[in-house]
Design a protein around this ligand. Structure first.
Ligand SMILES: [Zn+2]
Length: 202
């Protein structure tokens, strides 16, 4: 089972998917990353591991860019005009470091205009399950320990960069609550698998 965004599915030149624990997706023919919870965005031109970072951007048609997640959020970006695409891995560290903003900046440097960018935020750990301590909570503007909504935080970052609200799709679903569909690091710890999300212009 692969989840798709109805918003991105509108584009017939675009292929994308958010893997679940029942998805036969491999990264073999895709550009991938050694993910390190950073705000580093890399430009991909070939399949295989591009290096250490947490977002991949490409202007190359037929090349899929991909990320692996289990609670962190996969975010897929596509420019409807230039057909530049990006895949982002955003946990709380990447979110506070503004990785999705850095990915948009990288797309802009390649010729994108933010009004043309469409974004789909895939399934990750929901606010229901993402309780954090005081130190992390403070980075999200809370006074004490509390629950963080990473999907909402990334949606806000996208809107701050100028992506129109109507161009942002939040798929929803909590990876920790829904053990039938999703892997979750918080729930399964070291036994947790990873889900692969990808996007490419065909
Ligand atoms: Zn939950």
């Amino acid at each position: 089972m692969i989840l798709r965004s109805a918003l991105l599915a509108r584009f017939d030149w675009l292929e994308h998917g958010f893997g679940t624990r029942h998805a036969p997706v491999t990264q073999d023919q895709m550009a991938s990353l050694k993910q390190i919870h950073s705000a580093i965005v890399l430009d991909a031109s070939l399949p295989g591991c591009v290096g250490e970072g947490d977002a991949l951007v490409t202007a190359q048609s037929s090349l899929a860019v991909s990320v692996r997640t289990a609670d962190c959020y996969p975010i897929l970006l596509a420019d409807s005009r230039t057909r530049i695409v990006a895949a982002v891995h955003a946990g709380w560290r990447g979110t506070t470091a503004g990785i999705v903003r850095t990915a948009i900046t990288a797309m802009a440097a390649m010729g994108s205009v933010t009004e043309d960018i469409y974004a789909a935020i895939g399934p990750g750990i929901g606010r229901c399950c993402f309780e954090v301590g005081e130190e992390v909570a403070r980075r999200f503007g809370l006074d004490g320990r509390g629950n963080i909504d990473l999907a909402a935080a990334n949606r806000a970052l996208l809107m701050e960069t100028g992506v129109p609200e109507a161009n942002i799709d939040v798929l929803g679903g909590c990876t920790r609550c829904d053990a039938v569909r999703f892997h979750s690091f918080r729930r399964d710890q070291q036994r947790a698998g990873r889900m692969i999300s990808y996007i490419r212009a065909v």
